[in-house]
Ligand binder design. Sequence first.
Ligand code: SF4
Length: 485
Amino acid sequence: MPSLYRPPPTFADASAADAGLLDAVTAGAARLTPAQGLELFHRMPLVELGRLADARCRAIHGDAIRTYVIDRNINYTNVCTAKCTFCAFRRDAEDHDAYTLEHGRLYEKIEELVGIGGTQVLMQGGMNPALPLEWYTTLLRGIKERFAGANGGRGVHVHGFSPPEFIEFVRFFDPPGATLFDKVLSVIRPLREAGLDSVPGGGGEIFAAPVRRKIGLGKCDAESWLTVMKAAHSLGMFTSATMMFGHIEGYADRVHHMATVREWQDRAMRDGGSEGGPGGHYKAFISWPFQRENTPLGRVRDWGDRPEELEPGALFPGDAVATLDGDGDARSHPEFGRRVRRAGAVEYLRTQAISRLMLDNVYSIGASWVTMGPHIGQVALSFGANDMGSVMMEENVVSAAGTTYCLNEPVLCRLIREAGFTPAQRDNAYDLLRVHDASRAGEAGYCPDLAVTDWSAHRAKRLHAERPAAGEAAPVQVTVTAGAK
Ligand code: SF4
């Protein structure tokens, strides 16, 4: 009978040999090469990685404040032309639980968001060929008109439509343009004019082609993903970049992904805007581990289930295929794509810390408490993350894959404060809206965590889930307010 014991990974301490380089990296005076980034994955112990990433984070963001945003994830449709193997959210149009939300229902959701002090809507869908461009432009204009007075007259920021959606828009709408970049511009321009403010980095997954071809069936390739963001940047828009890891990829794939974001960020910073104004760029990088439940990829066996996979020298198939240029040969290992190496808390924190060290030109690193849970999210603030992301008043994608963590503003602030920082609400540009310094406790709108007098009775509940979870009769509809008990 095979032993259930899994020997922990061992890492030789690289800090002594590389102390000079790593000091320079944490100070922002040197840049890690991809090979050096890969070395960190293989050699650097967790705690040392955390120390370095925390030092780098403090050099950029200071010692005092860590941020969050109040926004709402709205998944306007789950009908999707792609069939990503890691996705539990998508449906075909004829499925009984396929949906597309009416504009009126979307406005109601934003009304609820504004009601709890929200500033931003994150709008992403499946890629639904039934929706014409006018469906989107009408919706965006409607949001801007209806909520022009929200947030003290600043309105509601629309962070929407990830790069794979734009690539499908190009296919669906056949806009004018000689190149993909021109065609994307022809789609983004009217959406921007109608009210789209920034573009989220959904669909980044892993850029390396061998991995992407296996897991992102029907989803755009990395070059197209990056071209969309380049077009958005040329119009002066901010974007974010993401990475989903802990599946079939090798460590070199993660490093290649980070180095690719860094390289295209350099270009965005260099090129500026194409229309006379300042250019945009990637504001943030967020990474999270693959969530398994209800997904085809989740049924793939874990690496290490078989005794021979625990033998010294046995190489995870993803590592056998991965190369730092993202151009590995999928035939390098017969089991590539047939084994997953799932990431737990240690792997998550290591990866996030390395992203902070690699991405010297990206301002924010976001913690993913949505996938890792609130308490790992809290620890992530000491492993290179400066931002806790959003309260999660609605979430439909990760929860479909079995992960259903949920926080409200008081809990989010408490987590940040207990981690040793002052919580602050930010906007999409990472400007601070309210700094919850304890000296302001008792003032309206400040320090919602310090207003809670009985945490034993305090519960954060999801405001809404678009579809019922298995066994539930109907979508959850509860109201969450700051300071609620
Ligand atoms: S991850 Fe996005 S693009 Fe892929 S199948 Fe799911 S909804 Fe579609």
